[in-house]
Design a protein around this ligand. Structure first.
Ligand code: NAD
Length: 329
């Protein structure tokens, strides 16, 4: 049993706590949140210890590994402290809000010896990973174009948007990682930001965006993002090559279709939001983290993946601001 602590008892902390508690090879031993009631409430649900200071988790000998779900500016400090204390780390994306924060600790990051994995959960979604497998096996020939559609059901509060680092670091970061997962090194980024929501525009952020990325071999990925989508959490992927196209569609709780005189083939709404839609992906992510820790193998996502996704987010931010493509290599 891998004894795991969750840092940050917020939205994603709840997802990870539930996933850990139900995993046959994991035990949730501690929950830490700066807000005592939050730590206590989540810890109590699973019979874990509650802490309000993350340093108490890092010095707790009963903890083998930590899952970091604290706010993004704390990811680097928590990651470094946990890993230096000998804990294996599964850290949420993004690694930071600013590349300068990464550059400042690059040497310390390079010296870490405990397993560190990043929470790019979408790589582990059963449909998206099946598409990745099919592309890797050459089923559609050499990948020519990848299309990633990712729209949230509703925008988060404006107060969240103000500190989120902007749509590219906060939301598109998952899609940048997915593009890298399929294309490898990205050499050029061209981004368009849209202001469709009048409440978000005054924050200086965009609430929708389209990004094109060119891989080193010329393959192009297109990312379509929107902070709101009238039809729900819209998560799709399409990969095309000379021999065919692979599609991953939205997921519904049932396959029931209803036809009436007003509409035909009406179905359930899509699974509501990330905790439902990516439930299987979070479970697979945790399983692969546990396997890597137990077997001493390299985790499937790395600090480098986290840094490169952030680099793409910064390039997209610059491209959207200047209206020009940004070359990376
Ligand atoms: N992979 C995903 O699907 C996914 C989904 C949501 C969020 N995230 C990422 O997870 C992180 C957290 O996002 P969230 O939506 O859960 O935020 P949240 O605000 O709901 O939760 C963050 C929690 O951290 C706590 N916290 C603040 N300072 C702390 C400290 N010093 N020590 C311990 N806890 C502290 C807060 O009190 C809060 O409960 C962000 O980096 C976000 O980008 C990832």
């Amino acid at each position: 049993m891998l004894k795991i602590a969750v840092i940050g008892a917020g939205r994603i902390g709840h997802v990870h706590a539930k996933t850990i508690a139900s995993h046959p090879e994991a035990e949730l031993v501690a929950v830490c949140d700066a807000i005592e009631e939050s730590a206590n409430a989540l810890a109590k649900t699973y019979g874990a210890k509650a802490y309000t200071d993350a340093n108490d988790v890092f010095t707790d000998d009963s903890v083998d590994a930590v899952v970091i779900g604290s706010p993004t500016p704390l990811h680097i400090p928590h990651l470094l402290a946990a890993a230096k204390a000998g804990k294996a780390v599964l850290c949420e994306k993004p690694i930071a809000l600013d590349m300068a924060d990464v550059d400042a600790v690059q040497e310390e990051l390079n010296e870490l010896t405990t397993p560190v994995m990043f929470g790019f959960n979408r790589r582990f979604d059963p449909s998206f990973s099946a598409i990745h497998d099919a592309v890797s096996e050459g089923k559609i020939g050499d990948l020519e174009q990848l299309t990633i559609i990712s729209r949230d059901p509703a925008a988060p509060p404006v107060e969240y948007i103000k500190v989120s680092g902007g749509i590219f670091r906060d939301m598109t970061i998952h899609d940048f990682d997915m593009a890298r997962f399929f294309l490898g090194d990205i050499v050029e980024v061209y981004a368009f930001g849209q202001n469709l929501d009048p409440e978000i525009a005054p924050t200086g952020d965009y609430d929708a965006a389209v990004v094109t990325l060119k891989g080193a071999n010329g393959t192009v990925a297109t990312i379509i993002n929107n902070r709101h989508c009238a039809s729900g959490y819209d998560q799709r992927l399409e990969a095309s090559g000379p021999l065919g196209t692979l599609f991953a569609d939205n997921i519904r709780p049932t396959t029931v279709r209803m036809s009436t005189k007003d509409a035909t083939d009406a179905q359930d709404p899509y699974l509501d939001f990330f905790l439902e839609r990516y439930d299987a992906a979070y479970r697979q992510e945790l399983s692969l983290f546990i396997d890597a820790v137990n077997n001493g193998t390299t985790p499937p996502t790395s600090i480098e993946d986290a840094i490169e996704a952030l680099r793409l987010a910064e390039a997209a931010t610059e491209s959207a601001r200047t209206g020009l493509p940004v070359k990376l290599k």
